[in-house]
Ligand binder design. Sequence first.
Ligand code: GCW
Length: 702
Amino acid sequence: MLLRNVLLLFLCLAAAAPSRADDGYRLWLKYDRVANTAERQQVARAAQFVASPGSTPVLRAASAELQRGLSGLLGQAVPVVATAGSRTGGIVLRVDASASPALKAEGYRIFPEKNNLVITGRTDRAVLYGAFALLRQVQTGQPLAGLSLSSSPRINFRLLNHWDNPNGTVERGYAGSSIWKWYELPERLDPRYTDYARANASIGINGVVVNNVNASARYLSAEYIGKVAALAGVLRPYGQRVYLSVFWAAPKVLGGLATADPLDPAVKQWWAAKSDEIYKAIPDFGGFLVKANSEGEPGPQDYNRTHADGANMLAQALGHHDGVVMWRAFVYQAGSKDRFKQAYEEFQPLDGKFDPKVLVQVKNGPIDFMAREPFHPLFGAMPRTPLVLEVQLTQEYLGFATHLVYLGPLIKEVLEADTYAKGPGSTVARVVDGSVDNHALSAIAGVANIGSDRNWTGHPVGQANWYAFGRLAWDHELDPAAIAREWTRMTLTTEPAAVRTITDLLGQSRSIYVRYTMPLGLHHIMGESIHYGPQPWLAKSGRPDWTAVYYHKADSIGLGFDRTATGSNALALYKPEVQKEWGNAQTCPLNYLLWFHHVPWTQKLSTGRTLWNELATRYYTGADSVLWLQKQWLAARPALDPALYADVAARLQTQRKEALWWRDACVLYFQSIAKQPIPAPFAPPTRSLADIKQLVQLYQLK
Ligand code: GCW
């Protein structure tokens, strides 16, 4: 009896206690009750029930999500019924194979009908996306009454690439360890997998490469295929297919063959049998992602075969199964002295030689996920090959999970870049979505920033990068500022002034990061191997193109990599219109200047300052802009959850400290070469170059 009373008392206290701090776990799917009563009542009138035939797992996931979301947003239970019958004032889910010829298989339409709102599409997946779109409508304070919406994805395969390893570590992951618990699979399915699948579905992601491109052969064993199949079972009702990164030499390691030569009949046979085995366990398996002959990974070149030989062999191994091969172009072994050109040299000549099931996956820029890169010259140069755009959401070169950097503008910048492949308007987005060259296959991949941290991404604002990637993958015409606003409102606060302040902060954050790290087109001057913090003085490494001096080429005359005809001529890889835009040091946009030109320290730029003064000014004002980020965040404080506020505020303090590292390291190092004074009104750093070197190199120690 006593025990029962104590328990009752405890339950009452628990119910009365204020809701627990926002730990970020619910992402943008919080579904907290709409605070504004009038707004809530309006939604309540339009969403009295959800009618769903529930005939497939995907439809059941859609109606369960609507029920969960609407019940939370309205603060009252919303029933799910099989059919609306004569009831009105509800939401009706309907798969209709003839829904609308304009809709793609995953495209949805929402429209009013007899006082109900119908969510329809040609497939159940379309209806699932429509359900999330409707919830987003409510979450962002849009009215439901008379709602009429229609949307189809522009790109077919919208994938997250996990760089997760079998031992639970994540390559370049900064949010804890892997979310996949390989040792528990397939028996135990962490409930987190379902929440992950819901989050992906809500932004239209439809495929997940579960393991690192530096792949372990393990995943192709029967044991691990069983584990992957268990994950596929969780993701399937949310419209996602699983894919695997494959280790090229698996036929040797796992199959006991003497070779992994793609033209060897036994090797072909091994892969074909392996594909059959995978499809038996995972009938909707998506296909293979391959990093071959890159950074020490084995590949077909080990046998004097080409990337096309390798990719085509895998495509044929997939046989009649409905899967694809995504072959990465991130290679840099070719003969030219400029790494910028090497992937192009290896891949461009192979255009037209790939099997129809092969896509070539290209990073957004020619070097490696820098904070700003010119678009990769392969975009627009391989018209007969569908190209996958790969962007990095995990912030390897962008301050890990410490610096606040919203990547919407970065992704949008590359999508909007004009390749001029088929005249003006041949943007990277249109190359990738297949519309420039009429490809039926199209794909985009984001290297995931997700880990086991309670809030998924380490930095709470990292969630916005996951979110923005999905939204832009679905529709590259969306505006990153609008996406930031949406995310903020769904995730952080609905208070209008705070939403504006945070949206503004997010919008500026990437250009601020560029300014205090690698302004004016500087690139690859970060810490060796860990890729954190500044190390512009780095002159020796495993390869010359892993050093910083290789890229900035600072000397007594000036700074920057001459990639015009007088230098490496990498510019010649682009169409004449692009060459014209970037080829002249006088007119090249300052953001790309040092990517393409070696500019004298004393040369006057369009800003009226000399190169040296402009460089110093950007480092100083960039580092000071972190103070502005802090001020904005503080201004939004009253509208934010206190724990979440404090988390980001603390990270911003670190960011400010490290922005000063960058400023001092780069200004002092380049000054030692340029021999120029720090321009007014800036005060010279109080520490010496030796001091800052010692400090940041601590991070290189084992
Ligand atoms: O950016 C580099 C990273 C490597 C990564 C590689 C790649 C997976 O430093 O960690 O390896 O790119 O994209 O293959």
